[in-house]
Design a protein around this ligand. Structure first.
Ligand code: ZN
Length: 243
């Protein structure tokens, strides 16, 4: 059983489609899990949600889903994110808005808990520090947890005693091991780790491995649609830099 892990698609259909093509060339995928922020920032919220709705087996909401249906105030967003959230809210079809309203903040399956930010705060917490990882271990029961939100791609293994191990190499098959762990597949639609290519991960349930991958996509095509939509230029520019 191979599972495609996706997060932070951020309404970037060109990036999402590139990932789907890239994955299809690699191996048959048995399931798709999405850890939030399928909308927000980008120009294709309805198209991305429809594709996720058709193809994904588990999908949780992120802060941008909640903002897009008015469940979360955009006061805590920066000005550009807030402008994009307002645009998204106006652009959603009724059917997509209804689907988003039904999305849970947390799901469990097998060895995994799936959330956007963190198990203790699925909406807002950026899970990036040693203290943050350790503090969250008490907030979920499964061995592993898949998160998103920071737009950084990594796995963190946390032995009972000793230092945690952070893995983030591309195209390397990494054993999950017996320790508890967090995986962030990175952001499909707006990477922030300096690599502008769309990020994703493949989890192999039988082999108990994870592999981090990137897919090239036509960044200019997404930027053009953002410009036509009147979305903030700074949000389009950052796609070129992966920052
Ligand atoms: Zn995000």
């Amino acid at each position: 059983m191979k599972i495609l892990l996706l997060s932070d698609i951020h309404a970037n259909l060109t990036a999402l489609e590139a990932v789907m093509v890239n994955v299809a060339e690699l191996a048959p995928i048995d399931a798709i899990w999405v850890s939030g922020d399928t909308v927000g920032y980008g120009p294709d919220p309805n198209e991305c949600i429809e594709l996720v709705r058709e193809s994904a087996n588990m999908v949780v909401a992120g802060n941008h889903e909640l903002a897009a249906i008015g469940k979360l105030s955009t006061e805590e967003f920066n000005a550009y994110a807030a402008a994009a959230a307002d645009w998204t809210q106006k652009s959603l079809t009724d059917s997509v808005a209804e689907y988003i309203a039904e999305m849970p903040l947390r799901l469990e399956h097998g060895d995994f808990t799936l959330v956007h930010g963190s198990p203790r705060d699925p909406v807002w917490e950026y899970l990036l520090t040693d203290d943050g990882f350790r503090a969250n271990l008490d907030h979920f029961e499964t061995p592993g947890c898949v998160v998103g939100h920071s737009h950084m791609q990594f796995m963190v293994q946390i032995p009972d005693d000793g230092a945690m191990v952070v893995r983030a190499e591309q195209d390397v098959v990494v054993n999950i091991g017996d320790d508890r762990f967090f995986i962030n597949p990175g952001s499909v639609g707006q990477p922030r780790d300096g690599d502008p290519r769309a990020a994703y991960a493949i989890y192999d349930e039988g082999e108990r491995t994870v592999t981090f991958k990137r897919a090239e996509y036509d960044i200019g095509a997404t930027q053009k649609r953002m410009e036509s939509a009147g979305l903030p230029e700074v949000l389009a520019d950052r796609l070129s830099h992966g920052r």
